[in-house]
Design a protein around this ligand. Structure first.
Ligand code: KIV
Ligand code: ZN
Length: 532
């Protein structure tokens, strides 16, 4: 069946399925993205990212896996309540308890979807599920029927479809469509497929399954061979009209297909794809920065679309060409994906109004006046230390509000570090622990090491430092350093962030932020683990 007929037959679907030439963007940053080791997010962080995705006009936001933990349930519920313009989706194994939990968490949503899955590949059925194919089929059908009791908007995924036998896959899909699934998502769960083969799989499914015209075909590709975006685009060329993807390509192992690459490929090469998304692409870079800040996963400089070098021209020949005519070396405009020119806008003497106006121009909103006041007071502190304040400094200031979490049991009151040639560095500090001030000091290999040891002498957190990274937010020696710290405790990973012109203070704040998150977060069950 041609792409055109796959598009034309969407008309009997629920609103977000009525697509014509629209490519539905299903973002799973908050679910699969969160499955990246160390990328766990708090409820508030998830809501913040969900609001940014909504502002970008993402069609479907997969907010989490409600059965995984009470925290995940609450996070999905909070996202469902906060988001009005995108469909909010919850993941559920093909189990009654998962589906009822997902339905409950999604109750506050204006538009919701239940996404249920069960594995269909021989290796998963035999080794993981220890089930016969007929039993898998029966469980898939029951799950879809049950999900349909809660909503018309049901998505089904045959997990590891990319390694499933085609006849069985067709049988499962045909039966779940009859049972009421309106989106059929084909996951390449282990990133094994090659573009022409994966595109061929989608075409075969659409052509062979007799009731394929009653569902939207979707794809969900992992990046183990670096082919997630290529496989997804090949699927779009062969009739898929939903792509599951994540901001910055975050996700399990090597990640998922990156939203920004899919969206900009389709938009830039509309001549090839014959479809487009609804997205406001100017929100891409702010959203990428938000996700990177919250998860502590930096974006590599040469990452397509959202890397800092994505639009930078170093070679003289290229610079000369771009100055003469931008199109000589640029196929997209930086501002169309949300890059601003990082102007120096504010300084020590700028008032609250100028601060507020520039934030508005940068599309940064505060939910309360108090948040704005706090950010302005941090801006004034920064302006005392740093002559010129750039847009990226302002974004970092706002991100700081976002890093802070409720119930901080640990706070930095004051810090003094001593670093001298030939001497062992020392750190002396006052911490507030559960409301009480405690002094601490330690020496170490460097001022950061000494500071972390001083904190540990008080809290004895029993954590292991898995990552310590410092990035400059702007250029120059007075630039703010943005520090990410990742800590592990008993298999749980959390990231903390801090930013300051003094990188030792930024480091201490990041370490404290991570310790506070460890106190506040809980262990979650992995969606693809467990009994199904
Ligand atoms: O990768 C995968 O198969 C998944 C499913 C749950 C869709 O994430
Ligand atoms: Zn996945």
């Amino acid at each position: 069946m041609s792409n055109e007929s796959q598009n034309n037959r969407q008309n009997d679907q629920s609103p977000d399925n009525n697509v014509g030439d629209q490519l539905i963007i299903f973002d799973t940053t908050l679910r699969d993205g969160e499955q990246s080791p160390g990328a766990s997010m708090t409820k508030d962080e998830k809501v913040r990212i969900a609001k940014a995705l909504e502002k970008m006009r993402v069609d479907v936001i997969e907010a989490g896996f409600p059965i995984a933990s009470p925290g995940d349930f609450e996070a999905v519920k909070a996202v469902a309540a906060a988001v009005k313009d995108s469909t909010v989706c919850g993941l559920a194994r093909a189990l009654e308890k998962d589906i009822s939990h997902a339905a409950e968490a999604l109750k506050p949503a204006a538009s919701s979807r239940i996404h249920t899955f069960i594995a269909t590949s021989p290796i998963h059925m035999k080794m993981k599920l220890r089930m016969q194919p007929d039993d898998v089929l029966a469980q898939a059908v029951n799950a879809v029927k049950m999900a349909r009791q809660f909503t018309d908007n049901v998505e089904f995924s045959p997990e590891d479809a990319g390694r499933s036998e085609i006849d069985f896959l067709c049988r499962v899909i045909e039966t779940v469509i009859d049972a009421g699934a309106r989106t059929i998502n084909i996951p390449d769960t282990v990133g094994y497929n090659i573009p022409h083969q994966f595109g061929g799989l989608i075409r075969t499914l659409i052509e062979r399954i007799p009731n394929a015209d009653r569902a939207i075909f979707s794809v969900h590709c992992h990046n183990d061979l670096g082919l997630a975006v290529a496989n997804s685009l090949s699927a779009v060329l062969n009739g898929a009209r939903q792509v599951e993807c994540t901001i910055n390509g975050l996700g399990e192992r090597a990640g998922n297909a990156s939203l920004e690459e899919i969206v900009m490929a389709v938009r830039t090469r509309r001549d090839v794809f014959n479809c487009d998304t609804n997205l406001d692409t100017t929100q891409i870079v702010p959203c990428s920065k938000l996700v990177s800040g919250i998860t502590g996963f930096p974006v590599q400089p040469n990452k397509a679309i959202v890397g800092v070098n994505a639009f930078a021209h170093e070679s003289g020949i290229h610079q000369d060409g771009v100055l003469k005519s931008r199109e000589t070396y640029e196929i997209m405009r930086a501002q169309d994906v949300g890059w601003s020119d990082n102007r120096m806008v504010l300084g020590k003497h700028s008032g609250r109004n100028a601060f507020k106006t520039r934030l508005k121009e940068l599309n940064i909103d505060f939910s309360t006046e108090q948040e704005l006041n706090e950010a302005f007071s941090r801006f004034k502190d920064l302006a005392d230390k740093k002559h010129e304040i750039f847009d990226d400094d302002l974004r970092a200031l706002v991100a700081e509000t976002n890093w802070s979490i409720e119930n901080e049991y640990l706070k930095l009151v004051s810090l003094r570090v001593c670093s001298e040639t030939g001497e062992t560095p020392t750190a002396t500090m006052v911490l507030e622990v559960g409301g009480e001030e405690v002094s601490a000091s330690a020496s170490g290999g460097g001022p950061v090491d000494a500071s972390f040891r001083a904190i540990e002498s008080v809290v004895n957190s029993d954590t292991q430092l898995k990552l310590y990274s410092v990035n400059n937010i702007t250029s120059g020696t007075d630039a703010q350093g943005e520090v990410t710290v990742r800590l592990e405790k008993a298999g749980r990973l959390v990231s903390g962030q801090g930013a300051d012109t003094d990188i030792v203070i930024a480091s201490v704040n990041a370490y404290i932020n991570a310790l506070n998150k460890l106190e506040n977060t809980e262990v979650r069950e992995h969606p693809q683990f467990g009994d199904v």
